[in-house]
Design a protein around this ligand. Structure first.
Ligand code: URP
Ligand code: ZN
Ligand code: ZN
Ligand code: ZN
Length: 511
């Protein structure tokens, strides 16, 4: 037969089109999309029963356990994070590798990532993955740091196909000064690497935290009070200024503040290469969810929903939905970053460890979400009319992340001859089988809770295919088909030679 698998009777939905068609798959690739494909030509046939067919989700922001800790022990491994991903319709994740401080020299970053990939090769992976690099504080605040970083990034891209790095404007130990950010952007621009920015003003956060603690306001809820939307707005404006100086593309991760959205929109209108990401938690949950619930039996439970930037007031959601629909946001990612909550582990919980008394300052930031991102986008986004078309949902959750991070059209698309057969078949809309009440067990991550426990969504992926193999079907994982691989990514940036004044970099970019 010509095909290993044919999917019949579905509505194909991409970032640009929506139409009834059959899909033919051969050796893990999409080879044909046609009005009708004869079942006889295929070894296997799936009947989509009139359901929507989309590319598999691309989640460009997930955290897995790594040697370098952000704020405690992230509980998911690459194996469990990819397992959870496919159970919710995501077929590519891009996680973070951080730099191994013991390695020095031009290959320091490349070797850090190489070792990380080697360790993941031993695990069972349910889908493909890529890696961003987290840049920790640069050693020197001198121009010398530029040259060294330039060489390291060049090797990182050449050896490992890493085309994006993340920097932080907050968090003790990670917060970069403006000087170091300029150094970083000088080197990323030269290598065509996209700079991902965690934009919060770390000094304001520290001052507010000290001040709240001083007044005894230490409960999880005050984490949000310590970082109002202006904290994100200020840092976003500043990072836009720095990226304009260096004329290099930036992507703002986990944007949740109207001030930040406004700054990003304005910069985009001026033609500055500014991209932005938001996450489902910022449009589904709110600051109220960091108060204790369950009748005040557990005054710490709000800790489950602590993340940075924090969950916002309800009225912010409308602004974020609009920015998704009007293109200000380029992508929607989960920022999956899971820590155990339950009391058996509470001794190990950072906020209670070593007599820290449950202060919000020590609560690890982040929550799980890799499994729920696609269904929440489909339901709260598209079906609830916050995202105006299903094509826009696909663009934000599948296609744009692949384009932005250099793995399109292998990922995030359904292009015959080019795309991997990473495919979702959804239940036909209004089909009761798709109606799903979220509970933690069905998410298949290692975390002991989900912020969405009990929440009902109207659809859930019925089939998840990775490279043409069914890895998830009607609520069940098919582990025997797990064969995820590392994917090298391409640099996508193409900066112009426009500068703010007569200053020029010491290098020329040969196009
Ligand atoms: O609170 C968050 N977002 N935790 C994950 C780490 C990060 O800053 O992305
Ligand atoms: Zn961050
Ligand atoms: Zn409570
Ligand atoms: Zn993150």
């Amino acid at each position: 037969s010509i095909y290993d698998l044919v999917i019949k009777n579905g509505f194909v939905c991409t970032a640009s089109d929506f139409y009834p068609a059959d899909i033919g798959i051969c050796e893990g690739k999409i080879t044909t999309i046609a009005g009708s494909i004869d079942s006889e030509l295929s070894k296997e046939v799936i009947d989509a029963e009139g359901g929507v067919i989309t590319p598999g989700g691309v989640d460009a922001h997930v955290h897995v356990e790594e040697p370098v800790k952000l704020m405690g022990d992230v509980i998911d491994t690459m194996s469990t994070v990819t397992r959870s991903a496919v159970a919710g319709g995501t077929t590519t994740v891009i996680a973070f590798a951080s730099q191994d401080a013991n390695l020095k020299g031009p290959k320091a970053l490349s070797d850090s990532v190489g070792k990380t990939i080697e360790s993941y090769e031993k695990e069972t992976l349910y889908c493909d993955y890529g890696l961003h690099l987290i840049l920790v504080k640069l050693e020197q605040e001198t121009l010398n740091a530029c040259g060294a970083l330039d060489e390291q990034l060049c090797n990182l891209y050449k050896d490992q196909g890493v085309s994006s790095v993340k920097i932080f404007m907050t968090y003790p130990g990670l917060q970069m000064s403006d000087y170091s950010i300029l150094n970083t952007m000088y080197a990323t621009r030269k290598n065509g690497i996209t700079t991902m920015v965690h934009a919060e003003n770390g000094d304001i956060v520290k001052w507010m935290t000290d001040s709240l603690e001083n007044q005894g306001l230490i409960e999880p809820y005050y984490h949000g009070v310590s970082r109002p939307t202006i904290v994100e707005g200020e840092a976003t404006n500043r990072a836009i200024a720095l990226s304009t100086m260096m004329n290099t593309p930036v992507l703002f991760v986990h944007v949740s503040s109207p001030e930040a959205v406004e700054a990003i929109r304005k910069a985009q209108t001026k033609g500055i290469k500014v991209f932005a990401e938001t996450c489902p938690q910022y449009v589904v949950l709110s600051h109220e969810d960091t108060k204790c619930h369950h009748g005040d039996t557990d005054r710490f439970e709000g800790a489950k929903n602590i993340c940075s930037p924090p969950l916002r007031e309800d009225q912010v959601k409308e602004c974020l939905w609009r920015a998704m629909d009007n293109g200000t946001f380029t992508i929607v990612s989960s920022d999956h970053c899971a820590y155990l909550y339950s009391s058996e582990h509470r001794g190990k919980h950072n906020a209670f460890d070593q007599g820290k008394g449950g202060k919000f300052r020590y609560i690890p930031n982040g929550m799980p979400g890799v499994c729920t991102r696609m269904p929440l986008g489909f339901d709260h986004g598209y079906l609830n009319k916050n995202i105006s078309s299903l094509m826009k949902f696909v663009e934000l959750h599948c296609t744009n992340p692949a384009k932005l991070y250099g793995c399109y059209p292998q990922k995030g698309a359904l292009l015959p001859g080019s795309s991997d057969a990473d495919i979702l078949i959804w239940y036909p809309n209004k089909d009761e089988r798709g109606r799903t009440k979220i509970n933690n067990e069905m998410l298949h991550h290692s975390c002991d809770y989900t912020p969405y426990e009990g929440l009902e969504v109207k659809n859930w992926p019925r089939y998840t295919l990775v490279r043409g193999k069914i890895v998830f079907k009607e609520g069940r994982l098919i582990s025997g088909h797990a064969s995820g691989q590392y994917i090298k990514r391409k640099a996508i940036s193409d900066p112009t030679d426009k500068w703010v004044n007569e200053w020029r970099p010491a290098y020329n970019l040969s196009k």
